[in-house]
Write a protein that binds this ligand. Structure first.
Ligand code: ADP
Length: 204
């Protein structure tokens, strides 16, 4: 019988708090393409980290939407800051979901190449960039889980929210995705038992 690894969804958790305080290997910043810092979580991270990471960001210079770059973490408890650029919401007709999924995937790949096993994300694009949280949540969570499936060395991804209401939206989305994931796995297991148990002659 084939071994089914623990669902990637089991490695995702949600918490209330300030991401700058997270004691994880890497925190993800909701950055802009120019890596110039700004308001929201970006401003909070740069204020708490100090000038060093801004210098590194200037040296890197640019990061396109859907992409991510990595710097040190200055005074933060984390070891790295991964600057991921989410999409600006234009009504959902401009490839926003693909870009949002991609920046989660790219951030996790960078975490992996830098030997991080714990990563914290904010709710990328759902602030100044205007992505409705109800629509962003399933995209961000499903992209994270899909990426975790092929990155077993990442033990934990924690999504951190400053608002309870936002956390609740992501919690509901995570529950729905976990349920459909269990459904899919059961279906796959069922099929593989069906195929394995069938004689060649049955096909006729
Ligand atoms: P974007 O420009 O990608 O929309 P924002 O920084 O405006 O990024 O908002 C992204 C999310 O980060 C919002 O849901 C906002 O409430 C949240 N946020 C702001 N400050 C923090 C913080 N210190 N820790 C965690 N999340 C934060």
């Amino acid at each position: 019988m084939s071994y089914t690894p623990l669902s990637a969804y089991q490695r995702i958790e949600l918490a209330l708090g300030d991401i700058t305080k997270e004691r994880v290997d890497a925190i993800v910043n909701a950055a802009n393409s120019g890596l110039r810092g700004g308001g929201g979580v970006d401003g909070a991270i740069h204020r708490a980290a100090g000038l060093e990471i801004m210098k590194e960001c200037r040296r890197i210079g640019y990061c396109g939407p859907g992409e991510a770059v990595i710097t040190g973490a200055g005074r933060l408890p984390a070891r790295f800051v991964i600057h991921a650029v989410g999409p600006i919401w234009h009504g959902g007709i401009d490839g926003e979901a693909l870009l949002l999924a991609s920046c989660h995937e790219r951030a996790l790949e960078l975490a992996r190449t830098n030997h991080c096993s714990t990563v914290a994300f904010p709710a990328i694009s759902t602030g100044a960039y205007g992505y409705p949280a109800e629509l962003a949540a399933p995209v961000a969570l499903a992209a994270t889980a899909e990426t975790l499936e092929r990155l077993p060395m990442i033990d934990l991804v924690r999504f951190v929210f400053v608002e309870e209401r936002r956390l609740e939206i992501y919690r509901r989305a995570l529950e729905r995705l976990r349920e459909s994931d269990v459904g899919l796995r059961l279906l796959r297991a069922d099929r593989s038992i069906g195929f394995a148990g069938r004689d060649v002659g049955d096909a006729a």
